[in-house]
Ligand binder design. Structure first.
Ligand code: FMN
Length: 286
């Protein structure tokens, strides 16, 4: 069971379009899923550059990132940095739609520093024919912290007539249902950290009451997946240290599902090689 659609991590302009980015979009790496490449741009020149690099792989839509809160991104007026000046944001979107060669969707936040900015931003976004508007219900200065402003979806509905997707802090079927009951017209939901914490989440959401796996079965599947991912990273990075770094990063989310294993999780964080790591993981999942 998979999600209806996936988005790549953002692909920036003016960078060597090397293996790292190519691997994200190569069709052979993304068989059987609907994938939209996401790009990080500041104007239509950069859009053109990335259209030329990405569309030949068979894509007809690009997703524009105006949500990334990272200091290095916003300082270049990219990502959520584009939300700081609403007139500039409007001109940016006009420039893109005047020059685009493919469908565009957008992933955005509610504003730069204050929720009250959202109304104006929603009004601007609503004037452009995006195929999809994904809304991470926080402002830039909230980064990934605090409670998302779910009520922003009401304003979104007023101003944005194209399909809307809610994003922020969905960790369970109950989280999703809570939002869906409040806003039953919502078209879609995007899940980020929730899937890293609970890899069965999509299945649980899609199957609802029919999802009947017990913890033992779930752990077995997660173990097989984590083993597979470890070996894939090892080939891709050609480095055990780098592979361990990425696996530990993933465990920082997955581990939240195993609060009773704090000691074992600490051991995972300290492992220095593959055999130590495998023993530590088996102590939780096997
Ligand atoms: C480590 C990390 C990397 C992320 N990279 C991207 C990215 O490349 N593009 C993007 O649109 N969002 C990115 N996000 C944001 C998530 O897509 C999502 O909007 C955010 O985590 C809130 O949703 P969640 O509560 O479901 O995780 C990233 C988040 C994290 C924590």
């Amino acid at each position: 069971v998979s999600a209806d659609r996936y988005y790549t991590p953002f692909i920036p302009a003016h960078k060597k379009f090397g293996n790292k980015y190519k691997a994200e979009i190569l069709p052979e790496n993304n068989k059987g899923i609907d994938l939209i490449p996401q790009i990080m741009i500041g104007d239509s020149m950069e859009l053109k550059e990335l259209e030329n690099l990405i569309l030949p792989y068979g894509y007809d839509e690009l997703n524009i990132n105006t949500g990334c809160p990272s200091g290095t991104v916003v300082s270049k007026c990219r990502g959520a940095g584009l939300l700081r000046d609403i007139d500039h944001f409007d001109a940016f979107l006009e420039d893109l739609f005047d020059n685009k060669s493919c469908k565009l969707s957008i992933k955005t936040r509610l504003g730069w520093s204050d929720y009250s900015e959202w109304k104006k931003i929603a009004e601007v976004i609503g004037r452009y024919p995006f195929t999809e508007v994904i809304i991470h219900a926080r402002v830039r200065e909230e980064f990934y912290n605090g409670i998302p402003h779910i009520e922003a979806m009401q304003i979104a509905d007023e101003y944005i007539k194209t399909p809307k997707c809610y994003n922020g802090d969905i960790y369970s079927l109950e989280d999703l249902e809570k939002i869906n009951i409040q806003y039953p017209w919502l078209d879609e939901f995007m899940i980020g950290r929730g899937i890293l914490t609970n890899p069965s989440l999509i299945e649980q959401i899609k199957c609802g009451d029919k999802f009947e796996q017990n913890d033992l079965e779930i752990n077995k599947r997660i173990l097989a997946f984590m083993d597979d991912l470890f070996e894939t990273y090892l080939v891709q990075f050609g480095s055990e240290i780098n592979t361990l770094y990425h696996m530990k990063e993933l465990w920082s989310h997955l581990g939240k599902n195993y609060p009773e294993h704090e000691k074992e999780l600490k051991t995972i964080r300290k492992t220095k090689n593959k055999s130590e790591y495998k023993v530590a993981v088996a102590n939780i999942l096997a």
